[in-house]
Design a protein around this ligand. Sequence first.
Ligand code: FE
Ligand code: FE
Ligand code: ZN
Length: 300
Amino acid sequence: MLILGSHVSFGKDQILGSTKEALSYGANTFMFYTGAPQNTIRKEINLDLLTEAKQLMKENNIEIENIVCHAPYIINLANKKDPTKWDFSINFLKQELKRCDQLGIKSIVLHPGSAVSYTKEEALENIVEALNLVLEKEYNCKILLETMAGKGSECGSSLEEIEYLLKNVKGSIGVCLDTCHLNDSGISIANFDDYLEEFEQRIGLNKIGCIHINDSKNELSSHKDRHANIGYGTIGFENLLHVIYHQKLENIPKILETPYVGENWESKEKKYAPYRFEIEMIKQKEWDQLLIEHINDYYK
Ligand code: FE
Ligand code: FE
Ligand code: ZN
């Protein structure tokens, strides 16, 4: 079955609000941050809202196992130059896992981290050490390391690095593929099957817990990380469909993190969520050439 959704907000109604937003897009899963992705201000989980959300999910065939959380960007396990910040990252991740367990969420996506002044080898070692500290306690929620574009000193932009992390972390962790990041890191989505085969041999497809479906604003190997709307970037609609409907990746949640759009492609103010339209074109397997017009008409 196609399990498809998008990034949604987790506002004052917490996961109930997220569920309603996902349903408004015609999605059967979603991804959320437990607060703003750029900061670590978090509210207590409200259990009444959770109960109501679970009821709504049940009525609409959303399986909670397919919902994904994303850890905030400011967690950086790779850099321990400032031990206070590194400890903060470790503790914050522990709290996120605890919140996910409270919610019944089974996976949380994490950017492995940026090396900053460390060498790649040292940085990977720092990540392993940090994850081993986080996983001293067991959680039901699993950490999924995201494949990165290789912007700046980002770790996790090659299969070798992801493999190293998975083999050296003591607890059970998985992987979240991101099509834009793969493209920007140098993996052509047009040859996705070659990548998947190598992934299968070196890591195992059972480790893939989520796939972020994004087109890319930049060329292959650009190391940029700028997402484009589906079919409006350098990857293209057909190549993305191939990943989305791949037989070997059935039942893995696919999450759109494509940009909001404005009145036109050039407008600076991005206010409309494209997801209901992108989800529809993926379901229809037909690219919507007039995406922006349809979005503008709908929200007007
Ligand atoms: Fe991410
Ligand atoms: Fe992503
Ligand atoms: Zn990205």
